[in-house]
Design a protein around this ligand. Structure first.
Ligand code: NAD
Ligand code: DAU
Length: 358
């Protein structure tokens, strides 16, 4: 048997594939379009591993997906492929609708066709796990309870709206066609292989490069941070024991304001790689123009996953953040590979023209 992972060269997808093969012998077909966010260096640790079969391609290519499903007798699909960055969705939403909405639709159709032709036992055992986000629940007021799975959908950005649309498609394919789907809604991840357009790796990269650390607005927006390997263990658990048609939140109740995240990264860097002038990296913090429509607070209630499937995160924010900074300091080659080409163009354009150079 084999699983098909989409988006397996991205941040969470590559962590998932590496972690899966460290725990299982079951092969992985890894389908990834290799957009700016896909990085084959993330998978260098399994180069030549016969259990890993990488294919460059689009989740919207139904013919390719169908061929892969049949050729590898796939027993489960984990859909991680997406456009994932909120700021990019504001600057150019079209790619988000194309991949997250239309791409998920085409993927569902290819999977439905394949699944419909399986024998009864394999049809029953088959799973389609759709990896989604807590952003579909929208922004929470300061004192409001964390969002559980019954929270109404209120996506506010083109990104979260596109993910919400994909969640609804997945739900409908279960309700109407009986496809055995599982949906997970996870909070902000951090850890190795995180592309430096996102807050934590951006702060690490900019701090070490002596550049400003851009904090949007007042920096008091709150995110619920989960170490990426905890997300991976939750996905494995949901795949293994989740009930088809159900939705599971994933998170670890680590609610931290952005400015405190930035200071926490600076504190670890101050200790492990002090600035030559003896000042704290926090001196590089620069408050810049806010993100349009910026959601104030996310927090997920992952109690259902703990109660029903016994999953709990292993990492605290402090320990996970330290591991993350240590990882970036130890992986200069990976960092240098990333700081070229499209990423540099994006940063120059985004921070210089739209927000004013911080
Ligand atoms: P990412 O941007 O790092 O990686 C996305 C990957 O998908 C890339 O490798 C890219 O090349 C690939 N891809 C994009 N379009 C594709 C297409 N049409 N066909 C095939 N491959 C394509 O994203 P990530 O942060 O790893 O997120 C993975 C998934 O998890 C996404 O669905 C995202 O919405 C969800 N998620 C992310 C977070 C987070 O904090 N990063 C939290 C919750 C949920
Ligand atoms: O909540 C889950 C989501 O978390 C995922 O679904 C998304 O794919 C993922 O990108 C992430 O979205 P965020 O918008 O929360 O992540 P980002 O790292 O872009 O921003 C985190 C917070 O930091 C957010 O409030 C915006 C702020 N920020 C971000 C950047 C890039 C800054 O203040 N400065 C910055 O330069």
């Amino acid at each position: 048997m084999t699983i098909l992972v989409t988006g397996g060269a991205g941040f969470i997808g590559s962590n998932f594939v590496l972690d899966w093969l460290a725990q299982h012998d079951e092969p992985v077909v890894n389908l990834d379009k290799l957009t700016y966010a896909g990085n084959l260096n993330n998978l260098a640790g399994i180069e030549g591993d016969p259990r890993h079969h990488f294919v460059r391609g689009d989740i919207g290519d139904g013919e390719l997906v169908g061929r892969l499903l049949r050729a590898h007798s796939v027993r489960a699909v984990l859909n991680l492929a997406a456009e994932s960055h909120v700021d990019r969705s504001i600057a150019g939403p079209a790619a988000f609708i194309e991949t997250n909405v239309a791409g998920t639709f085409r993927l569902l159709e290819a999977v439905r066709l394949y699944w419909g032709q399986l024998g009864q036992d394999r049809r029953q055992a088959f799973r389609f796990l759709h990896v989604s986000t807590d952003e579909v629940y929208g922004s929470l007021d300061a004192g409001a309870a964390a969002s559980d799975e019954e929270h109404r959908y209120a996506p506010n950005s083109p990104y979260s709206a596109s993910k919400a649309a994909s969640d609804h498609l997945v739900r409908a394919w279960h309700h109407t066609y009986g496809l055995p789907v599982l949906t997970t809604n996870c909070s902000n991840n951090y850890g190795p292989f995180h592309f430096p357009e996102k807050l934590i790796p951006l702060v690490i990269f900019n701090a070490l490069a002596g550049k400003p650390l851009p904090v949007y607005g007042d920096g008091r927006q709150v995110r619920d941070w989960l170490y990426v390997l905890d997300h991976c263990s939750a996905l494995r658990r949901v795949l293994e024991a989740g009930r088809p048609g159900e939705t599971y939140n994933i998170g670890s109740s680590n609610q931290v304001a952005n400015i405190d995240v930035v200071h926490a990264v600076c504190a670890v860097l101050d200790e492990l790689r002090p600035r030559p002038d003896g000042l704290s990296y926090a001196a590089q913090v620069s408050f810049v123009k806010d993100r349009p429509g910026h959601d104030r607070r996310y927090a997920v209630d992952a109690g259902k996953l703990e109660r029903e499937l016994g999953w709990r995160p292993a990492e605290m924010f402090e320990t996970g953040l330290r591991k993350t900074v240590v990882w970036y300091l130890a992986h200069g080659d990976w960092v240098r590979g990333v700081t070229s080409g499209a990423y540099r163009d994006w940063v120059a354009q985004h921070y210089a023209s739209e927000r004013g150079a911080p």
